[in-house]
Ligand binder design. Sequence first.
Ligand SMILES: NC(=O)c1ccc[n+]([C@@H]2O[C@H](COP(=O)([O-])OP(=O)(O)OC[C@H]3O[C@@H](n4cnc5c(N)ncnc54)[C@H](O)[C@@H]3O)[C@@H](O)[C@H]2O)c1
Ligand SMILES: O=P(O)(O)OC[C@H](O)CO
Length: 344
Amino acid sequence: MVEQITVLGAGSWGTALAIVLADNGHNVKLWGHRPQLINEINETRKNEKYLPGVVLPEKIEGFSDLKQSLAGARTVVLAVPTKAIRGVLSDISKVINDAIIIVHVSKGIEPDSLLRISEIIEEEMPSQLLKDVVVLSGPSHAEEVSQRHITTVTSSSKNMAAAEYIQDLFINQHFRVYTNPDIIGVEIGGALKNIIALAAGITDGLGYGDNAKAALITRGLAEIARLGSKMGGNPLTFSGLTGIGDLIVTCTSVHSRNWRAGNLLGKGQKLEEVLENMGMVVEGVRTTKAAYQLARKYNVKMPITEALYDVLFNEKEPKIAVDSLMARVKTHEMEDLVNIMENR
Ligand SMILES: NC(=O)c1ccc[n+]([C@@H]2O[C@H](COP(=O)([O-])OP(=O)(O)OC[C@H]3O[C@@H](n4cnc5c(N)ncnc54)[C@H](O)[C@@H]3O)[C@@H](O)[C@H]2O)c1
Ligand SMILES: O=P(O)(O)OC[C@H](O)CO
């Protein structure tokens, strides 16, 4: 069935997902807060800053007025950076009258509140305006999705009927959507992989090789699974698309903003300089702060996260951070994870 869907956020990911939905025959209203970008989208059928060279289907219509973009919407895709989410939700609730399904596609955890994005949505939206919350996550770079390269993602919700509804809206021949009821595991895996991607960029920037990257991916997965399981996620989710799958793509792809930012840090640039040069969101920076706080709250060992925290927020030299990771007390590979799984 053809639906009318509003996508909020006209950056790389919002625009790429608008293309998937338009390809599936849906009418897509794409909202962005910068009128100049929206004019460019409507007039040239392009979004050159975020997806250079990609021609947007006619079924995508750009809006810079939030109320107009949401008129008649039943399903709203939220594709703005994590730190913008509360503000956008507050604005949505002022201009809609009927309950909506919110599909969030952002990958982050809020520092200090330590809330996952679905929890922020539930906190911020008046309950009578929120039908369901779904998260769509997995190994998926906008640059490839917008060119219809094969991609697989996972749709998750407390309400599996809603997760399946979103699966049906997005799935097509090159964009395959699975479902998973474990929203905690899906959100934690998607957010925390950005920390490990920053670290992988740093080791590449320092000139270490593939062994170091494989170590970061697997030991990074171990600490994500330790924390995520303690927070109530299913340990099996971390071996799925939103766990190891997203870790692989974000730590190894040239498209990764987090890997690229880490790479510049490893090459000696300062954090402020790196973020200024990126021009796109690097979610891993704020998420490192949140994960560092979560590790303390849940009493979980997260040595890579802690080492990265020192580099980002305590001006520790990346090389010294790597050296101190390698000089840690010797340990059993599966020790903590086995305990956590046995205590579930
Ligand atoms: N790019 C990808 O390949 C990709 C894939 C999966 C998930 N994600 C996630 O999607 C989210 C968005 O990432 P992105 O890559 O599209 O970022 P981006 O930097 O490409 O675009 C972000 C967009 O949000 C807009 N924005 C910033 N602050 C805003 C505000 N206060 N109100 C409204 N709009 C605001 C920016 O103007 C920009 O258009 C992130 O959480 C990211 O982790 C990205
Ligand atoms: O480019 P990154 O590092 O922000 O990652 C984007 C997506 O999350 C990859 O799945």
